[in-house]
Design a protein around this ligand. Structure first.
Ligand SMILES: Cc1ncc(COP(=O)(O)O)c(C=O)c1O
Length: 394
């Protein structure tokens, strides 16, 4: 049998010019799952995934639809009722009114990025990505023939880009900036006047601004602001995966300038026809499950406080108290040279799975480890206990 990198049976090798790195989170999860299947007691802090299912209202709506509806294709831009409901959600959350014609339902935010990049970029264009950041931004850009332009950020600036970075991007000929606040893996946010300043700088420099707002709703210090409050030219990417606890349903949305809607519609028609109908129906139901979702959010808040107390006491002292999402990004310098080895050893020795920073930051990631605290409270406590004992005896 041929192994997975033996290309001799293929007509010709896959394109060498498209080297896509693995999404290491998924590789760590696969390793952790194998250990779990073999009977090990694993605490999953590697994946940014709620431990809860979709809210009951979403599941009930989906069950009814399976029993009673045809569930054929929807329009490529999504179910009109869902697009309306998302517009209402934006109005309720931020007091910003956007027309339904600007809203596009997508197959998760992941498809939203593909659509947005294809709609606004030309072959070979580069796009600014703050680093550390969500790894798939880089890989999606590369897979589509565009170029990631990494912007080095640091914890002193809450891992956020600055207006000087925007000027540097423009000088380097980049087409735009992608901002995530709260950010993955750091959980930090653009606070104070940073968001309007970045929006202004992008508009002054004629750059696109894409705002990944997937972690909105999961803030613990101050509420996140939408870039829609400051720019009509920005593109917002969002999803039902995180706050709405619906990762596997693969449904999200874009808010785009109206002039882009038709281009994006044509792309969606050809790339995947329409987002999954059952997931769109469930997403409509999810808006009736806000009380349940707020309880989940309170659990994340408790997990965050618990870990911010217990991890430093356990020996992981250098953690910025992140403002949102469900991540802590720990600086492990002084404990180990390489977070990849550290993560593998920690998983092997004490069954705590976390993700090495190299996934999120090719420059400095070997000094960092990302912990997701989307799991159960008792697991967070147990993870901190295991890490404390382990670090003492290593
Ligand atoms: C910052 C960020 N954006 C986008 C995504 C992709 O989410 P989805 O495609 O499930 O909407 C993730 C997933 O972890 C993420 O962390």
């Amino acid at each position: 049998m041929s192994n997975s990198s033996d290309f001799s049976s293929l007509p010709r090798p896959p394109a060498a010019g498209r080297p896509i790195d693995p999404f290491i989170v998924m590789d760590v999860m696969s390793d952790a799952n194998q250990r779990e299947a073999a009977g090990e007691d694993i605490i999953h802090m590697e994946v940014g995934q709620p431990a809860t299912p979709a809210p009951r209202a979403a599941r009930e709506r989906a069950a009814r639809a399976i029993a009673e509806e045809k569930l054929g294709y929807t329009l490529s831009l999504g179910l009109p009722a869902l697009r309306e409901r998302i517009a209402t959600h934006i109005q309720d959350s931020y007091g910003v009114r956007v027309g339904t014609e600007r809203i596009v339902v997508t197959a998760g935010s992941s498809a939203g990025f593909v659509l947005a990049f294809l709609a606004i970029l030309d072959h070979g264009d580069s796009f600014g990505l703050p680093s550390p950041g969500y790894p798939c931004y880089r890989q999606i850009l590369k897979a589509l023939g565009f170029r990631p332009h990494l912007i080095d950020t640091d914890d002193g600036g809450r891992w956020m880009p600055t207006t000087e970075d925007v000027d540097a991007l423009a000088a380097a000929g980049a087409a735009g900036l992608l901002l995530a606040s709260p950010n993955n893996p750091t959980g930090t946010m653009a606070i104070g006047t940073r968001l309007p300043e970045l929006a202004d700088a992008c508009s002054r420099q004629g750059l696109w601004l894409i705002s990944d707002e997937i972690y909105h709703g999961l803030e613990y210090a101050a509420a996140a602001e939408t870039v829609l409050a400051y720019s009509d030219a920005a593109i917002v990417v969002n999803s039902f995966s995180k706050y709405f606890s619906m990762t596997g349903w693969r449904v999200g949305w874009l808010v785009v300038p109206e002039a882009l809607t038709r281009t994006i519609e044509r792309l969606a028609q050809n790339l995947y026809i329409a987002p999954p109908t059952i997931s769109q129906v469930a997403a409509l139901g999810a808006f009736d499950g806000i009380d349940e979702l707020e309880e989940i959010r309170s659990r994340y808040a408790r997990n965050r406080s618990l870990l911010l107390n217990e991890l430093p006491a356990a020996g992981l002292e250098r953690i910025l108290p992140a403002d949102g999402a469900f991540y802590l990004y720990a600086d492990i310098r002084g404990l180990a040279d390489d977070s990849v080895v550290f993560a593998q050893t920690m998983l092997r020795d004490i069954g705590v799975a976390a993700t090495p920073g190299i996934d999120f930051d090719p420059l400095h990631g070997r000094s960092y480890l990302r912990f997701s605290y989307a799991g159960a409270e008792d697991e967070m406590h147990e993870a901190a206990r295991r890490i404390a004992t382990w670090l003492k005896t290593r």
